[in-house]
Design a protein around this ligand. Structure first.
Ligand SMILES: Cc1cc2nc3c(=O)[nH]c(=O)nc-3n(C[C@H](O)[C@H](O)[C@H](O)COP(=O)(O)O)c2cc1C
Length: 243
């Protein structure tokens, strides 16, 4: 059965003068485009505008993306305990001109209203805050950003990603790591306690065995540091714009 978006793609192609030529292999069809003066294939299972555009159907209509209402529907969702992820999410939603939701204010079924979901969560003890919203529910296209106090340049995120995603889901998404900060004067009682325990454990390690995260925790302990940098959203924003 043809996926829903295939029908829409065909009507857009017809509106640009493209015509059906013959059935191809499997559920593919061969069509002719007068614009490129050549035949091309259409997959019978086009699920979204994004997959249509990824298949190169842009070139046969010479539009930047398919259709009139063709701008991908993007949403930015975040979970933030102390505001650093929230601020990045606000910058990203502004740059992409996309609606912004706090994790708690969007229902899982609403995710399907969007072609692209950009999800941001603060890092807490190696977990991405609230990530289950997008791992337990399907998104057409998912982009994730994490916000932690550690410097992404020196941090190995393998374990964090393995904890949050299956290897199959990880292969389908794109992840960006942004740097936030920490203000000890604002931490909850429990978080202060967790950081104190973490510091004690790190101090027990010989210097040579401490990794860059450990050094970061010791250096920033008890302080108010903020490494947030608006320019670091650019690779994510550029990536989403290419979808
Ligand atoms: C209890 C606790 C655990 C944390 N664990 C990590 C961590 O594993 N990796 C990291 O980079 N930052 C860690 N952080 C720092 C936060 O990720 C950082 O403060 C971030 O900016 C928080 O974002 P938010 O303000 O949006 O919640 C931790 C902070 C606290 C209080």
């Amino acid at each position: 059965m043809m996926a829903d978006y295939t029908r829409q793609v065909k009507s857009i192609l017809k509106a640009h003068g493209c015509t059906f030529v013959r059935y191809g292999k499997g559920d593919h069809e061969r069509w002719y485009s007068p614009i490129i003066n050549a035949n091309f294939s259409i997959d019978g299972k086009i699920e979204s505008r994004i997959s249509a555009n990824k298949q190169g159907l842009i070139s046969v209509t010479r539009e930047s993306t398919l259709g009139e209402d063709n701008v991908s529907k993007i949403v930015v969702i975040y979970k933030s305990k102390y505001g650093k992820t929230k601020r990045y999410a606000e910058w990203i939603s502004e740059a992409l001109n996309a609606p912004l939701f706090e994790n708690a204010n969007i229902k899982s079924h609403q995710l399907n209203n969007y072609d692209v979901v950009v999800y941001g969560g603060g890092l807490y003890a190696g977990g991405i805050d609230g990530i289950k919203l997008v791992t337990k529910n399907s998104c057409k296209s998912l982009i994730v950003f994490t916000v932690g106090v550690a410097d992404p340049k020196d941090t190995d995120y393998t374990k964090i990603l393995q904890k949050a995603f299956t290897s199959e889901s990880l292969s389908k998404i794109k992840v960006f790591h942004l740097r936030g900060g920490i203000d000890y004067s604002k931490l909850s009682f429990i978080h202060k306690g967790m950081m104190a325990v973490m510091k004690k454990m790190i101090e027990k390690k010989p210097l040579a065995e401490r990794d860059s995260d450990d050094v970061g925790v010791i250096e920033t302990y008890g302080k108010d540091v903020d490494f947030s940098d608006k320019t670091t959203i650019e690779p994510l924003v550029e990536y989403v714009r290419t979808l």
